[in-house]
Unconditional design. Structure first.
Length: 205
């Protein structure tokens, strides 16, 4: 015959289990709060590396294009989007590659993220610095509007450290790379990629 547990003891046992559950939930919440910044930093570092890889791939395609076109790079009307001339020139030469390479993985603005529509229109997630002029749009960096000489037609005879393309940066606004006020990856004429953690205008060539 089974021994019956008095109601008072059953209640105590249930209360004890509930307290343990609440403590466990609190511990898990604390661990998540402690680990979340680390996870976010790891994700951003991975995105920085992927962004650099994207720019290297674009750089390789542009160098191949330039070698086939007397050293000249495609030229856009302005530094800002769309960059249809860039996309169309590489496409005509069979050098486009993966369309997703033209978009920074840290960028959250839908207008600058990969979509078939954006890519077809030539709207990419980077600034391309081979351009005839610079937009008067006040959202564009003041440095690019007043500190750089335009037109700027890039060719392989120029300084190898000349900037070709970079993450988008505008005046007084943080860039897409979280953790850096003005963190910018940039592609140079020699195909290499650099990174500046702040004030890209001071590094711009």
């Amino acid at each position: 015959m089974r021994r019956r547990i008095p109601p008072s003891r059953r209640l105590a046992r249930s209360a004890f289990t509930l307290v343990h559950l609440l403590v466990l939930i609190a511990i898990i919440a604390l661990l998540i709060a402690l680990l979340l910044p680390t996870i976010q930093r790891m994700r951003e570092q991975a995105n920085l590396a992927l962004c650099r890889d994207n720019l290297r791939k674009i750089g390789s395609a542009l160098i191949l294009y330039a070698h086939a076109n007397a050293g000249e790079f495609p030229v856009s009307p302005t530094v800002e989007n769309p960059h249809a001339e860039l996309i169309n020139s590489l496409a005509a030469a069979g050098l486009t590659g993966d369309p997703k390479n033209y978009y920074c993985p840290s960028q959250k603005n839908p207008a600058l993220c990969f979509s078939d529509q954006n890519f077809k229109s030539g709207t990419i997630g980077y600034y391309y610095y081979s351009a005839l002029s610079v937009s008067a749009d006040p959202a564009l960096s003041k440095f690019l509007r007043g500190g750089v000489t335009w037109p700027r037609k890039l060719n392989t005879a120029m300084n190898p450290k000349t900037w070709v393309m970079s993450d988008i940066w505008v005046s007084a606004v943080p860039t897409a790379h979280a953790g850096y006020k003005k963190g910018v990856n940039y592609l140079m004429l020699d195909g290499s990629v650099g990174f500046v953690s702040e004030s890209p205008r001071q590094q711009f060539h």
